[in-house]
Design a protein around this ligand. Sequence first.
Ligand code: HEC
Length: 217
Amino acid sequence: MTVTARFLRPVFVCLGAMIVAACGQSGPAPVETPVEAAAAEAPAPAPFEPTEADFKCIRDMHPVRGFFVDNLLGNLDGTIAAAESETGSVYPAGSVVQLVPGEVMVKREAGFNAATRDWEFFELDVTAAGATIRVRGADDVVNQFGGNCLACHEKAKPEFDLICEQTHGCDPIPLTPVMVKAIQNTDPRCPPVDNLPPEQLEALAMLQAFRDAASGN
Ligand code: HEC
């Protein structure tokens, strides 16, 4: 919506109210004109539907501290400003936030889902060929450790708009920063990183052992 429209709307509404008041005194109930009806409507949020083609090599996104951001609606500056705000900020529509390749948060259009503050959660399967969406939405999306995304992320202090990092009040995840870095460096959709540092190789081995133990192998 343009700034002009935002200023004009109250003018239209007042004008409508004045006409209604004046007509009401002198005769039959006024018929609402199309102009008044349109002016009284809430601004329509621009809907958009993220698809798996929107999810690419995590390292091609913009890095902010330990995670990566993007914006599907061209407002990368707005997303970066929200992510870099030390006091917290509401992320603009179109924001994509990722810590690891298989888990994504996308800020949908205003009004998408009040319970998630308009975030949609995704679990992806990623291979060299790209991403496929395993689960998306709010209530049913769980991370690689079986934790519900929303149940954990909604514990973030309100000013941080469901973004956890390590200090915003969410329960921790069992990934050290080195593990996260190693996972980001081995996103199968990205060109391979040669010569991963030994601590990252060690972190990947630990994760594999953890997964094997969890799956009973
Ligand atoms: C048990 C709590 C918990 C669960 C469950 C969880 N997360 Fe997180 N998530 C965190 C924490 C804590 C961080 C910050 C980790 C760090 O920075 O080291 C995080 C980081 C993230 C980030 C980077 C931005 C941020 O909030 O710091 C994204 C994106 C994300 N998680 C998405 C998801 C998605 C999608 C799911 C479900 C598929 C999920 N998470 C499940 C706790 C959780």
